[in-house]
Design a protein around this ligand. Structure first.
Ligand code: NAD
Ligand code: UDX
Length: 456
């Protein structure tokens, strides 16, 4: 019997880690991850992987060159594969109908057209990208009306990994979701993909549904998660106004097993490539299907997040005697969360941007994000001498008027704040956008401390 062969289109944050895990768990399956982006493929073939995830290097090293391959030969890999995972990007549209809300499906459509062009024989196409509900129907139409020699089943298998914990999430997922056509061929294709995951995921955690439930569940899962953060962030404003402490409130409500303790950490605002994009897509879909009240309900989650980000930078300006012009603000952390080098939609972008607009000198330190990325995120291609990127937290704080913690990197908890206080202008302000620092102690040292949802 010939070896099962899998190909993946897209070697990004999802394609790379998920395929590496499948290869590591299934040594008898050949897995080829493809991407037209040559630099990305070259990096996947070195020890400097393009995606930083704790533990990922070990997973990749265990299979690369044996049954895991990274290649720019997208067409060759499609031809050779029995199962094709589509892990391409689905960003928010920037122009045309639905701009600013709807998902841009140009990479999905291009992938489907390429598969139709080169595929021969039976292929299972697995949507792993997050897409609007009913995308599988468009894919099937493109595939079936363009292919000469291929026959296709399209499945939905959304990915629920979170960045920073991708390896643990893939190794031990809460669930794997697989949706397919409820026909004998569709069910057989689903069983084939189920049997891959079943090598390491308990069967009862592998859920099978119809195509549309699976596609929609991904958008809904992200909307519910983000909604919890916006809910607690909304309450953080009320805590600051009343003397309640948002972490105490979160603990009190999270102890109710019906509410649960996770995703109740108030912050400077959620970031990442998924939450905002997927909620806006959900909003667009609701409008499209004539449900404006439902659309408005979900849109408020994004609006609340925008408010949380902008009120943080406004608070810095306000506390620094209503002007930051010419003042040095140290930014600790730029990634959208700890343990990742990803900066997409990070709250740090809007905070830095707002402070620069106010004339501040913004000095950024992040342990994983390179300077070029920070510059391009905040300034586009412009040069601005008021944005400085440095190589340590202490260097960022040297001569600062204020320090703002924007990512919850563990190393910030162990900083020598006495030394930092000495190195700063007085009064020395500290804005903890992640509530990770010992606020009372810092106050004793002489800092003026602002924390989200607390009176310090
Ligand atoms: P990404 O931008 O990191 O990677 C996508 C890659 O696809 C790019 O490298 C691009 O060059 C490549 N690509 C585009 N067209 C291609 C083609 N025809 N053939 C081969 N490769 C092609 O994106 P990502 O973060 O990996 O996200 C991918 C999808 O997964 C999105 O729909 C996203 O919403 C979803 N998702 C992301 C996460 C996450 O944590 N990042 C989690 C769950 C789901
Ligand atoms: C999210 C989903 O969690 C994941 O299931 C999906 O597959 C992709 O989108 P991700 O964006 O990688 O994952 O990270 P996540 O841990 O969800 O954090 C998203 C943002 O919310 C981060 O900026 C994080 O700092 C913030 N957050 C999270 C909070 O502000 N408070 C919390 O309690 C939790």
């Amino acid at each position: 019997m010939s070896k099962l062969s899998i190909c993946c289109l897209g070697a990004g944050y999802v394609g790379g880690p998920t395929m590496a895990m499948i290869a590591a768990k299934c040594p008898d399956i050949k897995v080829t991850v493809t991407d037209p982006n040559e630099a990305r493929i070259v990096a996947w073939n070195t020890d400097q992987l393009p995606v930083y995830e704790p533990g990922l290097d070990k997973v990749v090293a265990s299979a690369r060159g044996k049954n895991l391959f990274f290649s720019t030969d997208v067409k060759g890999a499609i031809k050779a594969a029995d199962i094709i995972f589509v892990c391409v990007g689905t960003p928010t549209k920037t122009q045309g109908v639905g701009a600013g809300r709807a998902a841009d499906l140009k990479y999905i459509e291009a992938a489907a057209r390429m598969i139709a062009e080169v595929a021969e024989g039976p292929k299972i196409i697995v949507e792993k990208s997050t897409i609007p509900v009913r995308t599988a129907s468009s894919m099937l139409t493109i595939l079936r009306s363009n292919s000469k020699n291929g026959t296709f089943q399209v499945l939905s298998n959304p990915e629920f990994l979170a960045e920073g914990t991708a390896v643990a999430d893939l190794e031990n997922p809460d669930r794997v979701l697989i949706g397919g056509e409820q026909t004998p061929e569709g069910l057989a294709a689903m069983e084939k993909v189920v049997s891959i995951y079943a090598r390491w995921v308990p069967r009862e955690k592998i859920l099978t549904t119809n195509l549309w439930s699976s596609e929609l569940s991904k958008l809904v899962a992200n909307a519910f998660l983000a909604q919890r953060i916006s809910s607690i962030n909304a309450i953080s404003g009320l805590c600051e106004a009343t003397g309640a402490d948002v972490d105490e409130v979160a603990r009190a409500i999270g102890s109710d097993s019906r509410i649960g303790a996770k995703f109740l950490k108030a912050s400077v605002g959620f970031g990442g490539s998924c939450f905002q994009k997927d909620i806006l897509d959900l909003v667009y879909l609701c409008e499209h299907f004539g449900l404006p009240e439902v659309a408005a309900y979900w849109e408020s989650v994004v609006k609340m997040n925008d408010w949380q980000k902008s009120r943080f930078s406004a608070r810095i300006v306000n506390d620094l005697f209503s002007t930051v012009s010419g003042k040095h603000i140290a930014i600790l952390g730029f990634a959208f969360k700890k343990d990742t080098n990803d900066t997409r939609e990070t709250a740090a972008i809007s905070v830095c941007h707002n402070l620069l607009k106010e004339g501040a000198k913004v000095v950024v330190y992040d342990p994983r994000v390179p300077e070029a990325q920070i510059r391009s995120d905040v300034l586009g291609s412009e040069k601005n001498p008021n944005l400085v990127v440095v190589k340590s937290a202490l260097e960022a704080c040297q001569g600062a008027h204020a320090v703002a913690v924007l990512t919850e990197w563990d190393e910030f908890k162990g900083l020598d704040f006495k030394k930092i206080h000495e190195a700063m202008y007085k009064p020395a302000f500290l804005f903890d956008g992640r509530n990770i620092l010992p606020h009372a102690k810092l106050k004793e040292m002489g800092f003026r401390v602002f924390a989200i949802g607390k009176t310090v």
